[in-house]
Design a protein around this ligand. Structure first.
Ligand code: FES
Ligand code: FES
Length: 160
């Protein structure tokens, strides 16, 4: 039996037919071709699969696909502006070495945006705390913290 669901994906109406036990990450990657979201552990430990559902970050590897019916989902693909322009936080990651192999980056960026929305000017300790569910095997995290601080600083500068 497949369930018919309607939802919003990156600001657009979307529809899918899913098995009752389907995972959101498989719906996104395999059915909808949104492969920016990565699967690392598949067990809720690494944060590579982080997406936003109704304004809250979730691990797409644990989130049941049928539960997005009637909800709004944002993935890394949804951050790009007109003509593929990167969001400010994505640019900050590139400019401050927050990206190396890039596997953790989509999840890191989604978590970063969630943090900056709740706390526009986080201290380094607050950034580290917010990132504790996202693992990176490349950067040692320092550049990621710097990237988020830079994104917060750019936003502060834009407001002045
Ligand atoms: S793949 Fe979902 S938390 Fe690791
Ligand atoms: S940049 Fe490679 S895992 Fe984070």
């Amino acid at each position: 039996m497949r369930l018919s669901i309607d939802f919003e994906l990156n600001g657009r109406a979307a529809h899918a037919e899913v098995e009752p036990h389907a995972r959101l990450i498989d719906l996104l990657r395999d059915d909808l071709g949104e492969t920016g979201t990565k699967e690392g552990c598949g067990e809720g430990e690494c944060g590579a699969c982080t997406v936003v559902v109704d304004g809250r970050t979730v691990n797409a590897c644990l989130f049941p696909a049928p539960e997005i019916a009637g909800r709004s989902v944002t993935t890394i693909e949804g951050l790009l502006g007109e003509g593929g322009v990167l969001a400010p936080v994505q640019r900050a990651y590139l400019e401050h070495g927050g990206v190396q192999c890039g596997f953790c980056t989509p999840g890191m960026v989604m978590t970063s945006l969630d943090l900056l929305r709740r706390n526009p000017h986080p201290e380094p300790d607050e950034i580290r705390d917010a990132l504790r569910g996202n693992l990176c095997r490349c950067t040692g995290y320092e550049q990621i913290v710097e990237s988020i601080q830079a994104a917060a600083g750019a936003a502060r500068g834009a407001q002045q």
